[in-house]
Each structure stands twice: as C-alpha cells, then as structure tokens.
Write a protein that binds this ligand. Structure first.
Ligand code: FES
Length: 161
C-alpha cells in the first residue's frame, strides 16, 4: 500500500477546471490588453520632410507665407500644431525658408512689403528679408529651415520637439 496522497475525483475536476479557465482567460485577455495599451506604446516620428509644393509657384524676392498643421500623438492624446513659414525664392533655383515665429517670445511675424521687413507685432521686432535682425529685443535672426528640391518641388525638414 502506498503512502502518497491520492487526489479525489472532485479535486481532479477542480484542478483541471481552474487550469482550463486560466488558459481561456489568457487566450482572450492578453490580446485585449495589448490592443488597449498599443496607443501608449506607439512611437511618434519626430522628424520629416514637409512638401511646400512646386518651387515655381513662389515669386522671386517676395517672401510668401505657407502654413500647415502637424498632428502628434502621445499615447491616447492628440496634439495639432500649426506652422507658418516664409518662402523666399532668391532666383530661379535658389530658395530660403524662414520660420514665422519671432525669436524673442514666439509671436508670429508678418511680412510688410511696403517697408521690405518682417515685423513682430508683440514688441516691435524688425527683421530683414533674409531673416537677420534690424531692431528690437529678439536675440537672434529668424530660424531657417533645411530645404531640398526634388523634381521642382520644395520640401523643408521639420524637427518636432
Ligand atoms: S515676441 Fe517678437 S519682439 Fe517680442
């Protein structure tokens, strides 16, 4: 006669039932948890080339405002940011692109063709057509974007922070 404890039929059914319940719970529950958590685990691309359209649509020596928005996802939260840039085409093939955000306290500058300056309405900052400082409290020239031209189309490189 053996001394090992014997499992009753009732105990055996209970153990098998618990094991099956756990298995079914894992099969159903893990994908559901993964689905719910996946937005929080997504990585958002922080850099990209933004198309500004055909270069030829921008007049030479006239800063032209181009606006666009970018949507950024942080987990379940979406943030829409609007951007404005001035495209300054200096010849048939040469172009520079400046941010319209003042380098003082981030107000939006406007191009004033009558005086040929970008003017910030907040503290009367004045910038020249090439983004350099003329007068005002701003600490540096307008920020300039890296550009590329592909098949006659202009792109700027945007680094989102
Ligand atoms: S924010 Fe532009 S001059 Fe102050």
């Amino acid at each position: 006669m053996s001394n090992s404890p014997k499992m009753t039929r009732r105990q055996f059914v209970t153990v098998i039932g618990a094991a099956l319940s756990s298995f079914i719970g894992a099969v159903i529950g893990l994908p559901a948890i993964g689905y719910l958590l996946s937005p929080a685990l997504e990585k958002q691309q922080g850099e990209s080339w933004i198309p500004l359209g055909p270069l030829e649509k921008y007049p030479i020596n006239q800063p032209t405002l181009f606006t666009f928005t970018r949507t950024k996802k942080h987990g379940w939260e979406k943030t829409v940011t609007s951007y404005g840039v001035f495209v300054l085409r200096t010849s048939e093939t040469q172009v520079r692109v400046f941010s319209n955000v003042c380098t003082h306290l981030s107000c939006r500058v406007n191009w004033k063709p009558d005086v040929q300056e970008y003017i910030c309405p907040c503290h009367d900052g004045h910038f020249a057509i090439d983004g350099s400082i003329i007068s005002g409290p701003q600490p540096r020239p307008l920020d300039e974007y890296e550009i590329k031209i592909e098949d006659g189309n202009l792109f700027i490189f945007l680094k989102e922070t």
